[in-house]
Design a protein around this ligand. Structure first.
Ligand code: HEC
Length: 228
């Protein structure tokens, strides 16, 4: 089901994660509510009626669910569901954000106008989305703002290669032009039933999904590093 979705998207030319494209909707709405509430309190005047804030937050709440859902499917598809540290933080904080938005909605329904109390709640929501966004960035960029030499979505493949293949094929240099890498199915069939002295890798050792990650790592990362 998940693989079908990503395969279909790949066919029409969309081959990166879905979550980053969606996440701007709830994030932007939360940040918008926060900015309006700050301005209202700073200049001591009404910027928006409270009902407008409630609608902004409601929309953020509604769009949070597809955002989390596709965060989950991206995680399964690109990271094999590996428990990376930024993923854990994002998961916990998205739970926190759901709770905060529910509180904002419940308290906001009773509030008549912009108050300090509402600003505090929006500020907490704002801080939460900033930290979630920060760890989203960590998935793509290393701590010092440099892009990872191997993007995290290729790390599963990198690890599989290091464990299973690198001893006999250092950096994959001798196999990059191999016909067995022409497409995923050929590659998978070769892994299961190789020729000559190469040991076979049955599904217990490298699953079909892992073989795909491995294939993507060899064909995208290693070939790129060769062409540099
Ligand atoms: C124990 C050593 C060994 C390991 C481990 C190993 N290979 Fe091989 N591999 C070989 C040998 C030897 C050949 C050449 C086989 C032949 O055609 O005689 C080969 C051939 C290949 C080829 C075809 C190259 C060509 O030009 O024909 C590919 C692709 C390949 N290996 C990928 C992998 C991958 C991916 C892994 C890790 C999952 C792996 N190998 C692990 C020894 C190994």
């Amino acid at each position: 089901m998940i693989e079908f979705l990503y395969d279909t998207l790949e066919k029409i030319g969309y081959n990166h994660p879905i979550h980053p494209a969606l996440t701007h909707i709830p994030m932007g709405l939360v940040i918008g509510a926060f900015i309006f509430a700050v301005i209202a309190l700073l200049f001591r005047r009404t910027v928006l009626p409270q009902s407008a804030y409630n609608r902004i937050i409601l929309l953020a709440f509604v769009f949070l669910f597809p955002t989390i859902l596709f965060g989950y499917t991206d995680w399964q598809h690109f990271y094999e569901g590996a428990w990376l540290f930024p993923i854990k933080i994002k998961l916990v904080l998205s739970g926190v954000l759901i709770v905060l938005l529910v509180i904002a909605l419940m308290v906001g329904r009773k509030a008549k106008k912009e108050t300090k109390g509402m600003l505090v709640i929006y500020t907490l929501c704002f801080l939460t989305v900033i930290v979630i966004g920060y760890f989203g960035g960590q998935l793509v960029f290393e701590g010092e703002g440099r892009p990872l030499t191997v993007p995290m979505r290729f790390m599963v493949g990198e690890k599989l290669f290091a464990i299973n293949c690198n001893d006999c094929h250092p950096h994959g240099e001798d196999i990059l032009n191999a016909l067995q890498l022409s497409d995923l199915n050929t590659f998978r069939a070769y892994l299961r039933d190789p020729k000559g002295d190469m040991p076979p890798f049955p599904p217990e050792k490298i699953s079909d999904a892992q073989a795909k990650r491995l294939y993507q790592y060899i064909t995208k990362m290693l070939e790129e590093s060769k062409s540099k």
